[in-house]
Every structure is written in structure tokens, then in C-alpha cells.
Design a protein around this ligand. Sequence first.
Ligand code: SAH
Length: 232
Amino acid sequence: MRLGARALLFSAALLGPLEAADPYLPIRQRMVREQIEARGISDPAVLRALMETPRHWFVPPAARDLAYEDHALPIGYGATISQPFVVAWMTQVLAAGSNHRVLEIGTGSGYQAAVLARLVKHVYTIEIVPDLAKSALERLRELGYENVTVREGDGYRGWPEHAPFDRIILTAAPPSIPQALIDQLVPGGRMVAPVGDSFGQELVVVEKAKDGSVRKKSIGSVMFVPMRPGRE
Ligand code: SAH
């Protein structure tokens, strides 16, 4: 009994106060095991990032108990928080390093940005819906993420002031890869993007070689909300 209590305290100290008091921790552990690891995601850093990101704070309050289910969830304004497996898969394929600066297009809830924030130096993320940009920013601040910068704007233009980026991830689907984003990728950089329309999309990996040449490869089918054209 005493030993048990001590083991509990010890693990609480290891996990930190947030996770120690988190009633969703066992559900999140099961999500990572059964939905992510079981489907072949094996990068330990990616698995850890998913384990450490409290997805239930990124969904609308009424959907909190569904946060760790195996599907996307609506977050308002026609946007969705992606299925956990898709977040893990894209994060693994992005292969971002701890010194990387990453651009995300389509902040939505801020969940994908939060997962990336645990793996990289800085995440810059752009959201076209003002209310979503504002609530994601507030949520990330409240949860203590300091290496994420959120901006309302049109992702088609990228973020020239902070370019070039080591990695770029799109979580809304354009009909083809925007040239401005290819231009804002470092030589040797990589971009992961769903490409297509609301009837069908491919997940495309774009690699920019050191000499600036670009190679694209489709790695599977996905379904994201289409990227909205900018207003200008
Ligand atoms: N990454 C998000 C999920 C994104 S859903 C998450 O983890 O929750 C796709 C998001 O892309 C939506 O919020 C949508 O408003 C946004 N979006 C659509 N078109 C855009 C554009 N042109 N520029 C920036 N964001 C866009």
C-alpha cells in the first residue's frame, strides 16, 4: 500500500502537474497504443508528442469525451480537428528536427501545432478564420506553449517575413501545391500537404533538394477541408 502510494507520487513527479491531474491520461495512452502504434507509427519522439498533448483541450467542450476517438471532429466554421492517426502520420512523414522552424497552414484548433511544438524549435501557423486564429492562440497560451506563433491570414501566401522554413505542413487541401510555399522552403527542406478537392485528396510529400530542384511523391489518400482561396 505504502509502496503503491510512493510509486504513484513518483510517476506523478515524472509526468508533471498537468498530466498527473489529467483524467484523460489513460484514454490518451490507449489512443497512442491502439490507433497510432498499432498502425505502424514508430518514431518514439512522435509517439511521445502525441502522449504529451492534451487533445481534449483542443475540441469543443461538448465533444471532450470524444477527443480520443478514432476520427476527426468538427470545431466550427467548417473546420475539423484531424483524426489522431493522421496527425501522427503526417508528423512522422514531416521528419522535423529539434532545431527546425516549421510553417503550418490551417491552425484550426491548434492541436497539430501543439504536437509539433514538442518536437521542433518554433512553429509558425496561419489560420484564415479570424475566430479560430484567436481561440487557438488563447488556448496555446493558456496551455503554456511558448514556441508557437499564430497569425490570421491567407496560407496561400505563406509567411514571407519568417521564411525560409525547414518544414511546411498543410492541414487544408489546395488543388495543387502553392508555388509561394515551395519558394519559402529551405533547400533540403520538406513539405507535407493534402492535395485535391472535396471529392478526393492525396497526401503529397514535396522535397526541395540542395540545388533547389523539387520532387513530389504521393503517399496515400486523405480527406481534409479544402483550402479557401484568399480574398485579395
Ligand atoms: N490543423 C488543424 C486542423 C485544420 S482544419 C488542427 O490541428 O486542429 C483546416 C483549417 O484550415 C481550418 O481551420 C480552415 O479554416 C483553415 N484554412 C482553410 N483555408 C485556409 C487558407 N487559405 N489559409 C489558412 N488557413 C486556411
